[in-house]
Design a protein around this ligand. Structure first.
Ligand SMILES: *Cc1c(COP(=O)(O)O)cnc(C)c1O
Length: 394
């Protein structure tokens, strides 16, 4: 098995080969067939690549080949965003009367699927404390069909025991889906711990340049075929140019992730002892309550950290305003540092009650880019100093 840097450069070579060194962009909505038989084949082939772009495109197939090999799964597919990936998967795998288990600490959009979308369709859901494997077992009912996990979680960086959840699910014929956006397959491969389907907001680290919205799903072909069929109906198709950009971004994933890991670790260690900071949530810190579990299932801890400020909402907001490198933005995983105040960002997606349940109001999510470590650390410490001084004056 080649290494991950080799995989990201070569795993798509046999998919729709061309003599151009870089694959062309197949900017077409449809492909022609030579005869009736091949037309009929294209219309029914699961995860095909040259019938009609909503059904598949060579640029999709190339990205999918790389993702499947990186995640160590049989197959992969792409969607127009991370949310398209999880919503299409959920619609494909459950029906009215079924039950789904998710986490209390999870991406806001996923939380909304669990709290609003699925219940409206007659699917009941239970959100559990992911740090307690027993909580998943207690939530299980005879109607449970899916368990959705996310580790590390957004934005609290809580860890889910992937092996414990997948063992439980397998014993009860339940399908598991893991959001691997924060870890990337460089730091964590959930399929190695028995998770069935791995999904990503490829908008984040996989693409890594904050210029594409995309999602990926990776898992056994039989399950992906089901999701694919529903994807034909939801129509959340990734544009060929965006698939091409995503593949181009992924070529350097194994070069970028170690720098994100270094920057995340350095920022977490530097901010942990700052007087403006009450707590840093980062799984690479020895003091993270689940550090041992994180070190067991991850080989690096990523570039995202949660910083809680002693002065609540206002101090968190002031810190963000004083950062010179990290800009205030909802995304993460790109080469540029970005930071966000989740309590204000989620106002449109969740009720005040739902926000208070999932995030402390003084929490900042800082996503370290690939800038020089010393520059990011100095900038964050200076911003924290200023935020503290201002709070003392006020
Ligand atoms: C951004 C994000 C999503 C949603 O992905 P989109 O590409 O924005 O639709 C899902 N999960 C996590 C962990 C994310 O950070």
């Amino acid at each position: 098995m080649p290494g991950k840097s080799t995989i990201t450069v070569h795993a798509d070579r046999s998919i729709h080969p061309d003599r151009a060194v870089v694959p062309p962009i197949y900017q077409t909505a449809a492909f022609s067939a030579h005869d009736a038989e091949s037309f009929a084949f294209g219309a029914t082939e699961a995860r095909g690549k040259d019938f009609y772009t909503r059904f598949g495109n060579p640029n999709h197939a190339q990205v999918s080949a790389v993702v499947a090999e990186l995640e160590g799964t049989e197959a992969a597919m792409v969607t127009a965003s991370g949310m398209a990936a999880i919503t299409t998967a959920a619609l494909a795998l459950v029906k009215a009367g079924d039950h789904v288990i998710g986490q209390k600490s999870t991406y806001g959009g996923t939380a909304s699927v669990l709290k609003n979308l699925l219940p409206r369709l007659g699917v009941s859901t239970t959100l559990v404390d992911q740090t307690d494997p027993e909580a998943f077992a207690s939530a299980l009912t005879p109607q449970t069909r899916l368990i959705l996990v996310e580790t590390p979680s957004n934005p609290l960086l809580q860890i889910t025991d992937l092996r414990a959840v997948s063992d439980l699910a397998r014993a009860h014929d339940v399908i598991t889906l893991a959001d691997n956006t924060f870890a990337t397959p460089l730091n964590q491969r959930p399929a190695e711990f028995g998770i069935d389907v791995v999904w990503h907001s490829a908008t984040k680290y996989l693409n890594g340049h904050t210029d594409v919205s995309a999602g990926v799903l990776a898992g056994p072909a039989a399950i992906l075929d089901q999701i694919w069929d529903t994807g034909l109906l939801t129509g959340a198709t990734l544009g060929p140019i965006d698939a091409w950009l995503l593949l181009r971004g992924m070529r350097t994933l194994p070069l970028r992730v170690p720098r994100h890991n270094d920057n995340g670790q350095a920022l977490a260690e530097a901010l942990e002892t700052h007087p403006a900071v009450s707590r840093v949530h980062y799984p690479g810190l020895a003091g993270h309550p689940q550090h041992k579990l994180a070190a067991h299932q991850m080989s690096g801890f990523g570039g995202v950290l949660g910083i809680e400020f002693t002065g609540g909402y206002d101090m968190a907001n002031a810190f963000l305003g004083h950062l010179n490198y990290a800009r205030r933005s909802a995304s993460l995983g790109g080469v540029e540092s970005l930071a966000v105040h989740p309590a204000s960002m989620w106002r449109g997606m969740l009720s005040e009650e739902q926000i208070a349940e999932s995030v402390p109001l003084g929490l900042v999510r800082l996503a370290a880019g690939t800038e020089d470590t010393d520059d990011l650390v100095a900038d964050a410490l200076a911003a924290a100093d200023t935020a503290l001084t201002e709070a003392a004056i006020a």
